[in-house]
Ligand binder design. Structure first.
Ligand code: N5H
Length: 257
């Protein structure tokens, strides 16, 4: 591809396996010449990320653990990034979690603990990470997160995650306002359903994909690469006037009534 991001460094949080949207973003940024820093949660995912990173053409990547529920891990990860690379130009936050039992049945049954867990990992983590990352974005920067339509309207079974994404959407706006004076932009991508590890175990995921193929304006689902291309736009100078925005990469599904 082009070399839009040559000489720039980006942090990618949330690669779990080769199907991850985070990995789709990573490949596109890599092809655009960026140096990448990957963070993963726990030893369980370390090997996966190592194997994927080994497939990249250049070997200038850095891999670091970062469990976003732990302030000290965030502090340590960004201290290491500062020491090893100094300045960063952007960050992709591709992290969410809710208990499986909270992603089915009635939302009204959401537990206090399940609610807090989904909010902590899926929404608050962006605040904590942006606070640490902004110190390394001394040349300005761009932060991108992943959201979903279920935060804007009721989507069956999305439940506690929908409320977490609604919070995340508001967080993007408040962060955009705080960080704008430093020339740091904050935006989100609302991706249509993609078969990822997070989608595994979702009942009827096939029929969800089929609805998109039948009803969405483009009559097909979207790919990790397509989300990656929009991330490239948002993380590069091409989107220099854009902040606090949600871009839907969903074959146009969200415009339907
Ligand atoms: C309306 C839907 C379908 C129902 C809801 C699905 C929500 C999925 C999002 C969350 C983040 C998935 C999740 O936390 C699953 C975990 O309980 C179990 N899985 C794991 O622990 C795996 C191993 C790890 C990698 O997962 C995480 N999260 O760490 C939404 C779908 C049409 C679209 C969709 C799938 C949206 C989305 O937000 O991902």
């Amino acid at each position: 591809m082009n070399q839009l991001l040559a000489g720039k460094t980006f942090v990618i949080m949330g690669v779990a396996n080769k199907r991850s949207i985070a990995w789709g973003i990573a490949r596109i940024l890599h092809d655009a010449g960026a140096r990448l820093i990957f963070t993963y949660q726990g030893e369980r995912l370390k090997k996966n990320v190592e194997e994927l990173v080994a497939t990249l053409e250049r070997d200038d990547s850095l891999l670091l653990p970062c469990d976003v529920t732990k302030d000290d891990e965030i502090t340590e990860a960004f201290a290491t990034i500062k020491e090893k690379v100094g300045v960063i130009h952007g960050l992709a936050h591709c992290i969410a979690f809710a208990k499986t039992e909270e992603l089915q049945g009635e939302f009204v049954n959401t537990s206090r603990e399940g609610y807090h867990l989904a909010q902590d990992i899926s929404a608050y983590s962006l605040v904590a990470v942006a606070r640490a990352a902004k110190e390394l974005m001394t040349e300005g920067g761009s932060i991108v997160t992943l959201t979903y339509l279920g935060g804007e309207r009721v989507v069956p079974n999305y439940n506690v995650m929908g409320v977490a994404k609604a919070a995340l959407d508001a967080i993007v706006k408040y962060l955009a306002n705080d960080l704008g004076p430093r020339n740091i932009r904050v935006n989100s991508i609302s991706a249509g359903p993609i078969r990822t590890l997070a989608a595994k175990g979702v009942k009827d995921f096939n029929s969800i994909l089929k609805t998109i193929e039948e009803k969405a304006p483009l009559r097909r689902t979207v790919t990790q690469e397509e989300v990656g291309k929009t991330a490239l736009y948002l993380l590069s100078d091409l989107s220099s006037g854009v902040t606090g925005e949600i871009i839907h990469v969903d074959s146009g599904f969200n415009i339907l009534g």
